[in-house]
Design a protein around this ligand. Structure first.
Ligand SMILES: Nc1ncnc2c1ncn2[C@@H]1O[C@H](COP(=O)(O)OP(=O)(O)OP(=O)(O)O)[C@@H](O)[C@H]1O
Ligand SMILES: [Mg+2]
Length: 310
């Protein structure tokens, strides 16, 4: 549904987007991550037909952003990283205006506005002036605006920025619900743990170049990120004994004891973790919990990017 090929956009000497190619299949959520200035917004604006590439192209549902921008706009909803609001326009009027811009008429338009207000939970604020909305409610309005013409593809530029924890979780649930309905979603963020929960695939961008694409596991494999996994084992008692028992076992390192919990990292995989849990229990330790900690997207991000700025 989304296909970038050789996309390039330079501003003078700045290579904001430098030969970026990747695709997102229908119903998938793609996480676009990269440090400030990496080129996320620039490439998303090109997808949303707000800017043109210097070279390369991008297809939305098979239509070129360069040659067929009108068809692209009908199929794509863009949530920019800021929302312009107006003092004398309330939530319903605001959404209605954009529904008109998409040429929705009569009952169809009224239903579209109502559907979007219900989905985003803005129906209770329908009469509130848009400039009086909180940050979280503005983000909902921005998402609602992107959804009003029921596009198949959504491009969301840092939708979670500036939201409190509850608003973030609610936004995440909305994005998951949209993915379940078959929407194809490209989402940029700095909140990596959250992206990892929402996205099937991620792309890591730095200085306009796509450094890595794939699932977090694939990227780890390709970039030889040390595949160490952490585990926390909580026992009824005898944490020190367990630590001593674990010392010197194959691949176990960085052992530490805190209260009844023993933490360590190891070089094995899930099978090894299952086997390890079994032998710990068989050795007579009263295991209360055994919690693996996968290497996080943050670890991968720090390994793949180098902190270069331009
Ligand atoms: N209109 C413009 N004119 C000149 N330079 C620009 C323009 N737009 C973007 N740039 C430059 O292009 C680069 C990429 O910017 P972009 O906004 O796409 O990054 P980003 O990944 O979205 O960053 P952030 O995480 O801060 O939002 C930056 O170096 C930026 O200064
Ligand atoms: Mg940006």
């Amino acid at each position: 549904m989304i296909e970038l090929s050789g996309l390039r956009r330079h501003f003078g000497a700045t290579r904001a987007v430098d030969d970026v190619s990747f695709g997102v299949a229908e119903g998938h959520v793609f996480g676009y991550i990269g440090p400030n200035g990496a080129g996320k917004t620039t490439s998303m604006r090109i997808l949303a037909t707000l800017d043109l590439p210097d070279d390369g192209d991008a297809l939305i549902d098979g239509f070129s952003v360069v040659n067929d921008p009108d068809r692209v706009r009908l199929r794509l909803g863009f949530m920019p990283d800021f929302l312009v609001t107006y003092p004398n326009v309330n939530v319903r009027e605001y959404l209605d205006f954009f529904a008109r811009a998409y040429r929705l008429r009569g009952h169809v338009r009224a239903r579209a506005v109502q559907r979007v207000m219900e989905f985003t939970g803005l129906d209770v604020l329908a009469d509130k002036p848009t400039d009086a909305l909180s940050k979280g409610m503005k983000q909902r309005l921005s998402l609602g605006r992107a959804l009003v013409h029921d596009p198949a593809v959504l491009v969301l530029d840092e939708p979670a920025a500036g939201l409190d924890p509850r608003a973030r979780i609610e936004l995440r649930e909305m994005i998951r619900a949209l993915a379940r309905r078959g929407k194809t979603i490209l989402i940029s963020s700095h909140i990596l743990t959250e992206l990892a929960e929402m996205c099937d695939t991620v792309g890591i961008l730095e200085q306009g170049r796509l450094l890595a694409v794939g699932t977090v596991d694939e990227i780890q494999g390709k970039h030889h990120v040390t595949p160490r996994r952490g585990v926390a084992v909580e026992v009824l008692d005898g944490a020190d004994r367990l630590a001593a028992w674990l010392t010197g076992r194959d691949g176990v390192a960085e052992l530490e004891v805190e209260g009844n919990t023993v933490r360590f990292v190891h070089g094995g995989d899930r099978q090894d973790e299952a086997a390890l849990l079994r032998v710990i229990v068989e050795a007579g330790f009263g295991v209360v919990s055994f919690t693996p900690r996968r290497q996080s997207l943050e670890d991968v991000f720090m390994k793949v990017t180098e902190g270069r700025v331009q």
